[in-house]
Write a protein that binds this ligand. Structure first.
Ligand code: ADP
Ligand code: ZN
Ligand code: ZN
Length: 743
């Protein structure tokens, strides 16, 4: 006998209350995870609709008290079933509870109900109307007469007006509706995050290269192989017009009556981008982003379900838009790390997109100027179909030079700006052209340390240094702990404290000293924390209200400023020191993106990369803007070390508030893993246990184990086994475990 756990209202906040039912034998074949079923529910055995979220061999309650599923609901909203099934797949492949997976996939209904609008519409032709007016005159039905006389002039009226101004009571309206005099129309007023503006007609015609790529993709959409996901990777330099190709494919897809999801990193989802899409597709487009209220988000998903919109643009979570006839998923800037969820379930949007495409027959199109190693590897081995765009439609590729900061120092220049960069900045100021200065400070914002004992000031709750903000406060970037900058070293009492590492604020100050007449804008996490500030800074810069924009990675992503002719990368190697096998890849991507900001208009662009490691292959390849050059060298390293994409890897993160308890638990987990390796999976490679880069967050200690294997399925099975042991044994009751599949 089989049993099903069923949830009754999937949009209810309490997704976590499944009810157990018996699956009758005759329905066993039809029921899978996601199936909509009719069940007897509650005291009166009301018949209600529910969704199966799990099928088990063990009953979750006393069998004698369990009821049977009555039927499979025919013609139920297929998209819900699809999404529940997707949640199940996510749970299985990445490790989480079904509830966590469901919450990822299905938006929770907001407490604020929909705003309903009612309109009173006349339901009589002119003859009938005159007849009715006569009748009501006879009966002296004044309110009814008032309404009909009004509707005679204007045959639609807002219900509010009728009730408030004409003073017709709701009960009168109801009875008139029953008599067939009027119809009360109900429409839902969805909250719409996009304000449509008058825009010039869309008039771009694809160039020859773009057209070839687009045609090739369309062909595969028309003649798709069965049981194979159709995935394309467009490797196109910045400004080559990838977005125009996406839009051509979107147009093709919606003309066939299908819907489209476009994923864009949140940070690049600016007013400008949205306007490009609405210019062409008008009111068919909606967006999702983290700045929308939950009511707004919910409404956008409802609109997608109703067919009110056919194109949804947004970050990772837009992937779960409930379109019932999905035709295309576009993932722009596919290399972005934001496509990987950082909380459980730690899914990757590119993989989930392929699963959803597989289930629905949709096509997936990935695009990037610097594809992730994973995607390019798959494109080269034929898993994806590769397309290239190698020329810019507007402007030319910038010329790039590398400046060795060690040499600068030898020549006596202690400034953060090399001589060459200083000369060029001044030249641009004279020519009234714009400059962007990029500081790659991932994990390297200014911390404070003692010049006597050398200790850095750390967060009392986390194993990280506190970062200096506005020169007065120290902030923990992991738990938010904030404190005043001490006057004395907490370790040795010395008053000789100094800030280390250069942040954007410091650069802003230094550039103002260097060029007192320059108008400088700064963009980083501090200046963009309030709503709208992000767009404000970008549009101020676009409107020439500043000559120089200083910023973090935020400024290099996808923005199009035609008058920027100089980009300075102040310290290219900072991200090379990240303790992660993707450090070189991240560095290369950031440098290429930064370089891609220069020379997008009519004047040629120049890029200066300042570095202490001018011989590093990722920096050299970036200076040539040559992706293949980088790929060929990086893939050798990955092969040598057995890192993704050549092998599969998963990290197992164990967390616990007790330090020694964590150590013991970690030891036993490693033992379990080694046993599995000996008995079943010989190819398994175990690294650790080790301290993760941050070994304590918010007073919770952390340990990490890395597992590598050629066989992804083995890693998933091992995850299932560990999850099972940890969740069912008392020894692990205080241990939290999280899995993170790398590729
Ligand atoms: P990418 O997405 O590859 O960075 P975009 O699609 O943003 O490139 O294109 C860069 C600029 O070139 C945009 O302003 C775009 O409108 C313009 N552009 C691209 N293709 C064409 C074309 N075929 N005709 C005219 N302008 C184009
Ligand atoms: Zn902290
Ligand atoms: Zn000290």
């Amino acid at each position: 006998m089989k049993f099903a756990n069923v949830i009754v209202d999937i949009s209810h906040e309490k997704l976590d209350r499944p009810f157990g039912y018996i699956i009758p034998d005759e329905l066993e074949k039809e029921i899978t995870v996601g199936t909509a079923v009719i069940i007897p529910f509650g005291k009166g055995n009301r018949q209600v609709k529910g969704y199966v979220i799990e099928i088990t061999d063990q009953p979750s309650f006393d069998i004698s008290k369990m009821k049977e599923i009555m039927a499979v609901e025919e013609g139920a909203a297929k998209v819900e079933s699809q999404l529940i099934n997707l949640a199940y797949w996510i749970k299985e492949n990445y490790g989480s509870t079904m509830n966590q997976a469901l919450k990822t996939v299905i938006p929770v209904k907001n407490k604020i109900r929909n705003i309903e609008k009612k309109t009173i519409v006349l339901n009589l032709n002119s003859e009938q109307l005159e007849e009715k007016i006569k009748q009501y005159k006879k009966k002296n039905a004044k309110a009814r007469l008032r309404l009909l006389e009004e509707l005679k002039i204007n045959n639609r009226m807002a219900r509010e007006l009728v009730v408030d101004k004409l003073n017709v009571s709701p009960s009168t309206l109801k009875s008139m509706e029953q008599l067939g005099d009027i119809v009360i129309e109900k429409t839902i007023n969805y909250r719409n995050p996009i304000e449509l503006k008058e825009q010039p007609e869309y008039d771009i015609v694809l160039n020859e290269n773009q057209r070839k790529v687009s045609e090739a993709i369309k062909e595969t959409m028309d003649f798709k192989k069965k049981d194979k996901v159709n995935v394309h990777l467009i490797h196109g330099i910045t400004g080559s017009g990838k977005t125009e190709v996406y839009m051509d494919l979107i147009d093709y897809t919606i003309k066939k009556g299908k819907s489209v999801i476009v994923l864009i990193p949140e940070i690049a989802l600016t007013y400008q981008t949205v306007m490009r899409f609405t210019r062409r597709f008008k009111e068919k487009v909606s967006i999702i982003n983290s700045r929308l209220s939950s009511g707004e988000r919910y409404d956008q998903f409802e609109r997608a379900k109703n067919g009110d919109i056919t194109i949804m643009i947004g970050p990772r979570s837009a992937l779960f838009t409930p379109f019932s006839n999905l035709g295309l998923i576009v993932i722009d800037e596919e290399h972005e790390s934001a496509y990987k969820s950082e909380s459980v379930p730690k899914y990757h949007a590119i993989e989930v997109a392929q699963k959803r495409a597989y289930d629905t027959g949709a096509t997936v199109v990935l695009g990037s100027a610097t594809p992730s190693l994973e995607s390019y590897y798959k494109a080269k081995n034929g898993t994806y179909i590769l397309h290239k765009l190698t020329t810019r439609e507007k402007g030319n590729l910038p010329s790039v030079s590398i400046v060795d900061l060690r040499e600068e120092l030898q020549q006596g220049n202690k400034s953060i700006f090399s001589n060459k960069l200083q000369t060029l900045i001044n030249d641009r100021l004279e020519k009234k052209e714009q400059t962007m200065l990029f500081i790659n400070r991932r994990g390297f914002a200014g911390f404070v340390s003692c010049r006597d004992c050398g200790k850095a000031i750390k967060c009392p709750h986390c194993d990280v240094t506190l970062k200096l903000h506005n020169n007065k406060k120290l902030v923990c970037h992991y738990c938010g702990y904030t404190t005043k900058l001490p006057t004395k070293c907490p370790e040795c009492g010395s008053t000789y404290l100094g800030g280390f590492g250069i942040g954007t604020q410091k650069i802003e100050m230094l550039i103002k000293q260097l060029c007192p007449t320059a108008r400088v804008l700064r963009m980083d996490a501090d200046t963009t924390s309030t709503k709208g500030s992000h767009d404000e800074i970008l549009s101020a810069f676009a409107n020439h209200q500043a000559d120089i924009l200083v910023g973090t990675q935020m400024i290099v992503k996808g923005h199009d400023f035609p008058d920027v002719t100089l980009v300075g990368v102040l310290a290219a190697d900072m991200s090379l020191y990240a303790s992660d096998y993707t450090a070189a890849e991240k560095t290369f991507q950031l440098l290429c993106q930064a370089a891609g900001r220069a020379g997008r208009g009519k004047n040629p662009g120049e890029v200066v990369i300042q570095t202490y490691a001018p011989d590093n292959y990722s920096i050299i390849a970036a200076s040539h803007q040559d992706y293949d050059e980088f790929f060929e060298q990086e893939i050798v390293y990955r092969k040598l070390m057995g890192y993704p994409p050549v092998a599969n890897m998963v990290s197992v993160l164990l967390q616990c508030s007790g330090e020694s308890e964590l150590e013991m638990a970690t030891e036993s987990v490693v033992k379990l893993i080694r046993k599995v390796k000996e008995q079943k999976y010989n190819e398994l490679f175990v690294i650790g246990p080790a301290d993760p880069p941050v070994s304590k967050i918010n007073d919770i200690y952390r340990k990490i184990i890395y597992l590598k294997s050629d066989n992804r399925v083995h890693l998933i099975r091992l995850k299932d086994y560990l999850e099972y042991v940890i969740n069912s044994s008392q020894n692990f009751k205080n241990i939290n475990v999280q899995f993170d599949f790398k590729a």
